[in-house]
Write a protein that binds this ligand. Sequence first.
Ligand SMILES: [Zn+2]
Length: 76
Amino acid sequence: MKTIKKTGKSCEKCGNQNLKTHLATYPIKVGSKQINVERVSVRECMDCHMLVPTKAGQAKVDRCSMMTFMLLLGNK
Ligand SMILES: [Zn+2]
């Protein structure tokens, strides 16, 4: 018997595996500023509606937060 490997495809909050991947606006915090990153690929839990970015989505979020961070620094 094999141990079931954690695929990361269940909800981190409630463990529900009924997740739906779609594009959503994902809010991130950069410093004290909150920005909304549009059309991020996320998995949404159909139970508690928590949004978790997919790998591609996370990459986009990282890029956007980096860019916002640079802009904020530039404005000082
Ligand atoms: Zn959940």
